[in-house]
Ligand binder design. Structure first.
Ligand code: GLU
Length: 504
């Protein structure tokens, strides 16, 4: 039975060397979609063999980001599975065993070259402008006696793969045409390092085989490693999984790689490249999922919006577009606004709470008990592109005292005395009225009429008096969020401000 007849098993294999990147998330998403579409398995494997690049917290960040995006994995850290361990650092005996087997079969050899020798070799190749760059295979041809002597002397060694020295390597990719690769270009890469840890290539090939991976979907930056991997599979006598190398995501200008953060100039916002940054900036996982699925795949030519279930039903590797695409950030913001407005007021309130808490420095539990909270979501839903934009609109609901410039209380066409009179009359009316949104609007319009003012003038004074802003969410909804007592108290305070101003 060949791999293509086996149930689909796909994986992502991130290294815990930094926070989970947008590109990694897209790779994870496509793998997940393929597994869910085919009824196969999606596996998380942690490639933690480069100990010098380990970043504490990054493993947790990978797992948190996957959970946030709703990309559940069937096997991996915290979940287990029959093909574990899922950390490469716990699989060292396997790599050692297979390195020995390759050595015995003549496909690998120990190399005792020192770092100094390799540095000198590189310098010489550069100085001579040599067209072949890389290891000169010095240790490939050591005699048995020379090897024994070096081993006995305790010299440190690495294990190198004996790449075929001629011929071409052929392989296929499900998304793109691949040219044959000239074997002589690859100079005996290291499989096992002197610290006993495997290199990416070796561990990756062994694990994909032993974890019965059927399809490898990963970023196209790994394409250049495939010739080596294919030769390794051949040396080991194993079948090569199917490859699909996913297109690069470019920065929004389409000029550079997204992975390179750059600030282009004054006023340009810093480009967010990690999932946690999008989460912290107030993007919804629903929007992020939909957006990432659009990066190289399309659900339908008619719409960019689709549900997870729809994406699962339609996803196919063959439909992935191999061309690199720029990150359409404005589309993400539009999509996020769409998904914010799809939430029920209760759900939006829940999602807003952590952002309000962060902005105000007050615990979520305290804000959750605030009587104004249930009014907030409807006040801001129409205005938000991201959740973190909410606080400046509704801070007045949660603040005990608002601070503002009293000059704002005086609208065009009125002086302080006129504004004060309008405010006093409004306050008296607001004290008597049934305090309900539907009552307030006609009553205050009637009042403006009686005072010979435009409704906009009266509303403007009240807006500043109660929210401290001249641009704020709808006025009567804001009143409901504040409650009658606070509206009246703030009007009274504003009257004092106007009186003080008149006295000067
Ligand atoms: N450890 C590699 C990474 O960090 C895995 C690449 C692959 O999927 O083969 O992306």
């Amino acid at each position: 039975m060949t791999l293509s007849d086996q149930p689909v098993r796909v994986r992502i294999a991130p290294s815990p060397t930094g926070y989970f990147h947008l590109g990694s998330a897209r790779t994870a998403l496509f793998n997940w979609l393929y597994a869910r579409h085919t009824g196969g398995k999606f596996i998380l494997r942690i490639e933690d063999t480069d100990r010098s690049r380990f970043v504490p917290g990054s493993l947790q960040d990978i797992m948190d980001s996957l959970a946030w995006l709703g990309l559940d994995y069937d096997e991996g850290p915290g979940v287990g599975g029959a093909y574990g361990p899922y950390f490469q650092s716990e699989r060292l005996p396997l790599y050692h065993e297979w390195a020995e087997r390759l050595i015995e079969a003549g496909h690998a050899y120990r190399c005792y070259c020192t770092a100094e020798r390799l540095d000198a070799l590189r310098a010489e190749q550069r100085a001579n402008k040599s067209h072949v760059i890389g290891y000169d295979r010095h240790c490939r041809t050591l005699t048995r006696a020379e090897r024994a002597e070096l081993a006995a002397s305790g010299a440190t060694s690495v294990v190198r793969f004996a790449m075929p020295m001629e011929g071409e390597t052929h392989f296929t990719d499900l998304l793109r045409k691949i040219k044959p690769f000239d074997n002589n270009q690859y100079r005996d890469p290291v499989l096992l390092k002197s610290d006993g840890f495997p290199t990416y290539h070796f561990a990756n090939v062994l694990d994909d085989h032993f974890m019965a991976i059927t399809h490898i979907l990963r970023g196209d930056e790994w394409l250049s490693s495939v010739p080596l991997h294919v030769n390794l599979y051949a040396a080991l006598g194993w079948e090569v999984p199917a490859f699909a190398h996913l297109p690069l995501i470019l920065d929004p200008s389409g000029e550079g790689k997204l992975s390179k953060r750059k600030k282009k100039g004054e006023g340009d916002e810093e480009l967010l490249t990690h999932i946690r940054e999008y989460r912290e900036a107030g993007y919804l996982p629903e929007a992020m999922f939909n957006f990432l699925a659009n990066m190289g795949w399309a659900y339908s030519p008619d719409t960019d919006l689709f549900t997870r279930a729809q994406a699962i039903a339609r996803f196919d590797i063959a439909d992935i577009n191999p061309a690199a695409g720029a990150l359409p950030l404005s589309k993400l913001q539009w999509m996020n606004g769409h998904y914010i407005r799809e939430l029920s007021p209760e759900e939006l309130t829940d999602r807003l709470l952590p952002f309000l808490s962060r902005a105000s420095g007050r615990p979520e539990a305290e804000l959750a008990r605030h009587p104004g909270l249930p009014y907030v979501a409807p006040l801001v839903a129409e205005r938000l592109k991201t959740l973190d934009e909410a606080w400046p609109w509704v801070d007045f609901v949660f603040q005990d005292h608002i601070v503002y410039d009293p000059a704002l209380l005086i609208p065009k066409g009125l002086d302080a005395a006129g504004a004060l009179a309008a405010l006093q009359a409004s306050r008296r009316l607001l004290a008597e009225l049934p305090f309900a949104e539907a009552e307030l609007d006609p009553a205050l319009r009637g009042l403006a009429d009686r005072l010979g003012l435009k409704p906009g003038q009266v509303f403007g004074i009240l807006r500043v008096a109660t929210t401290g802003k001249n641009v704020a969410p709808p006025l009567f909804g804001s009143f409901m969020a504040l409650g009658q007592a606070r509206v009246l108290a703030r009007c009274a305070e504003a009257e004092k401000l106007l009186e003080t101003r008149m006295a000067i």
